[in-house]
Design a protein around this ligand. Sequence first.
Ligand SMILES: [Zn+2]
Length: 176
Amino acid sequence: MICPYCAKDNDKVVDSRASESGYAIRRRRVCLECNSRFSTIEKIEGFLPTVIKKNGTKEPFVPSKLKTSLEIACSKRPVSNQLLTDIVSCVENDIMQRYRQEITSNEIGEYVMKRLYEADKVAYVRFASVYKDFTDPESFATEVAKFSSMESPEKTDDQWGAAETADDKEGNEQER
Ligand SMILES: [Zn+2]
């Protein structure tokens, strides 16, 4: 396997792990030239799941296409390339594990958005805006509001915490 970091072909498998159903095997490799670590997934040849799109058309699931759309959503965001690779691998593994022939674009999107949401909120909204094909500003605003309302409780907690120690009475009044 050619190393993605130094492009030399001298690696060693350090770990092999089969998916639950055994339809895919993930191998952890180490490059003996530059010591970088990377993973490969071995799967059954010819098994290409089909993605059912929202308009009902079908197309083969192409991991590299999903990766590209993730890269666009995450450009200039603090999201590592490794995470994006992992997300794509996880979607692949999920399809493999259930050995499904078909998956809806909706299922893929929901899965990716969940992972992006945990990693980076801006990347999440970007991906969601493309993925959900927002046609009107309201639905986009709803999506933005969803993540800002999820973020604010943390900040509010901090404020309450500070208010309790600094001025307990005022903090209680604000609550009521
Ligand atoms: Zn290398």
